[in-house]
Design a protein around this ligand. Structure first.
Ligand SMILES: Nc1ncnc2c1ncn2[C@@H]1O[C@H](COP(=O)(O)OP(=O)(O)OP(=O)(O)O)[C@@H](O)[C@H]1O
Length: 365
């Protein structure tokens, strides 16, 4: 069973922690694993928000989920979320947009002010004890002992879970280490691990047992590019093996590279959600013509029935729609327009999100 600690500075609920005992303090900074191996009965599945897949097809559903902290700050504001089973769902938003608070409510670590949430069809917190053993979680504030090996650290995590059978601990730990690619480094001390290895160990702690859902809060935060790649690859492998992954990030590039679905948060509200493919389908490619006669080019574009025609100095542009670019080129030439250059520009996902949210994202990764 996971132990929950409250941060005396913030009053925020904390994470599972192994009992101290080595004489050295655990090192913060890489992740926390929710432990547990008992599979409890799930609650009755309930209908997803209107228009979504049928009941049972969502790993996470929230309805009107709201958290108002003492002092009046609304961290999460009437959140309706539906995370399809089998998806890698990117929970994207700038710092302070309410991602961690949402995850804490999902895990029963913070009590919602209003609304409800379900994990794997079971209401949380009402049925948290039954459902959380099927959910692995990595939420900020991890602690591992630097002088202990990765394996020994996991043994401590496992031993702290009263629901975990000690007789099967060795195979459980071995399997978790193998799954995150740390089998060969199992005996190495934690302090000798790279950043990526540390984070993979944290994910291993969240995988001590069969999980149907894995919730990761900013798992690449603070990692170097190599560590980031490792975690990204690991998330894809875990998802390919059938676990739904819910991963938060403030980095669009992260989400774009590892997720199938995305929900975008801004100031506590969900401002966009759907499959990446669906969001991209809304992209409207534009054609841009470089020409000394922008007005003449614009007239040709209008003549072709293109929308959003604009003429500028030395250029003209329009939404391309279904018209093939070669038809535009031919029409421009036939219309006597001197074409110096022609390009088709498809808006990036960032352009789409900026349009939806009115805000940019850190895309450096
Ligand atoms: N215990 C708390 N008491 C008061 N306000 C809080 C508390 N926890 C979070 N907040 C506030 O709620 C808002 C959302 O914070 P949250 O940590 O959920 O955002 P986030 O999107 O996860 O951002 P970050 O990645 O920076 O953690 C912020 O304005 C934050 O300051």
């Amino acid at each position: 069973m996971t132990t929950v600690r409250t941060d005396p500075r913030t009053g925020r609920a904390g994470r599972a922690e192994p009992e101290p005992g080595s004489g050295t303090e655990p090192e913060p900074g890489s992740g926390a694993g929710r432990t547990g191996s008992v599979t409890g009965p799930a609650g009755e599945p309930s209908p997803p928000p209107a228009g979504g897949p049928p009941p049972g097809e969502h790993a996470i559903v929230t309805r009107g989920l709201t958290k108002r902290f003492r002092g009046g700050q609304v961290a999460v504001d009437r959140l309706d979320l539906a995370v399809p089973r089998g998806s890698v769902f990117g929970f994207l938003g700038p710092n302070g947009s309410g991602k961690t608070t949402t995850i804490r409510m999902l895990l029963g670590l913070v009590e919602p002010t209003a609304g409800s949430c379900e994990l794997l069809g079971a209401p949380v917190p009402a049925r948290a004890a039954a459902v959380l053993p099927r959910v692995g979680a990595l939420v900020e504030g991890p602690a591992f002992y630097p002088y202990l090996s990765g394996e020994a650290n996991l043994r401590r995590y496992d031993a702290a879970d009263p629901a975990a059978d000690p007789r099967t601990a060795a195979s459980r730990i071995g399997l978790a280490l193998e799954r995150v690619g740390l089998g060969a480094a199992a005996g190495k001390r934690y302090r000798a691990y790279s950043l990526g290895m540390r984070q993979r160990l944290a994910i291993a702690a969240a995988l001590l047992g069969p999980r149907e859902l894995l919730i990761l809060d900013e798992p690449t935060n603070g990692l170097d590019p190599q560590g980031t790649r490792e975690v990204r690859a690991l998330v894809s492998e875990i998802a390919a093996a059938g676990t739904t992954v819910f991963v938060s990030s403030h980095l669009l590039a992260e989400i774009e590279q590892m997720c199938t679905h995305v929900g975008v948060m801004r100031a506590g509200r969900l401002v966009a959600a759907g499959s990446l493919a669906g969001l991209r389908a809304g992209d409207r490619p534009r054609i841009r013509v470089e020409t000394p006669d922008g007005a003449a080019a614009a007239a040709v574009l209008e003549g072709l029935g293109l929308a959003g025609v604009r003429a500028g100095r030395g250029e003209a542009g329009a939404e391309l729609g279904e018209v093939p670019p070669e038809r535009v080129t031919a029409a421009l030439v036939a219309g006597g327009v001197a074409v110096r250059g022609l390009a088709v520009h498809r808006p990036s996902l960032e352009d789409v999100f900026v349009e939806l949210t009115g805000e940019g994202f850190d895309v450096d990764g």
